[in-house]
Design a protein around this ligand. Structure first.
Ligand SMILES: [Zn+2]
Ligand SMILES: [Zn+2]
Length: 228
């Protein structure tokens, strides 16, 4: 039985997704298909914000995040590592914690120095670190949602660019945009006061959250029609 524990690392969660969904993903879905699933569940999550339905936002963003992990597996990106390198207890733009981009009107990307001693271990610690860099109490939930949508667009652009020309520099861009997206997923969950790892441990206590098998044995039609 595969499961996600409350004290999971991001790496372990990514591995869980590979174990449970790697087979159906390889068989049924291209990276563009998976991108569409990330987007559709994310948009359902954003609808939850508009409707003040935190439950709807939470479950749909957890599913969007899991499709995103499937993409990371497909592209062989170690997203925990990329997230740390992009946000080493510092804002990736102003290189401060908490971020002072807005207060100081920072317009030039600052050099970020990585102190490995500060690296979080668990997913929960990463989420907490991101809340220290970008405190939820300094913005609204709607603002966090808009930022997530914006980063989703940039991530999609990076995928399309790479798929168009297969240039290595475009792949590097995917890694950066993917890390930004993790930060924005965390942002919405932090605004909701939801512990991502804990919620994942509830829905992924026992293999696939729908069919309860590993590898997932949901059929293609049910996966593409799935709604929450
Ligand atoms: Zn900043
Ligand atoms: Zn399944």
């Amino acid at each position: 039985m595969a499961s996600v524990k409350k004290d999971t690392t991001i790496k372990e969660y990514q591995h869980f997704i590979k174990e449970v969904y790697g087979l159906p993903n390889d068989r049924y879905f291209s990276v563009e298909d998976m991108l569409t699933h990330v987007e559709r569940f994310m948009m359902r999550g954003l609808k939850g914000i508009r409707k003040s339905n935190a439950r709807k936002t939470k479950i749909n963003l957890l599913i969007a995040l899991s499709w995103f992990m499937s993409m990371m597996n497909h592209l062989h990106i170690d997203i925990e590592d990329k997230t740390w390198k992009r946000f080493p207890y510092l804002c990736s733009y102003c290189a401060s914690c908490p971020c002072v981009c807005r207060e100081k009107g920072v317009e030039v990307r600052q050099k970020v120095f990585i102190n490995e001693k500060k690296r979080p271990n668990t997913f929960e610690e990463f989420q907490r670190m991101l809340n220290e860099i970008y405190p939820a109490n300094k913005r609204t939930l709607e603002h966090a949602g808009i930022h997530l949508a914006e980063e989703m667009g940039e991530f999609a652009e990076s995928i399309l660019a790479f798929k168009g020309a297969h240039r290595d520099e475009d792949f590097d861009k995917i890694e950066l945009e993917a890390a930004d997206l993790v930060s924005c997923f965390s942002g919405v969950f932090n605004s909701l006061g939801v512990n991502i790892a804990e919620e994942l441990s509830f829905i992924f206590a026992d293999n696939c959250h729908v069919c309860k098998k590993a590898p997932c044995a949901c059929n293609f039609r049910n996966i593409t029609a799935f709604e929450s």
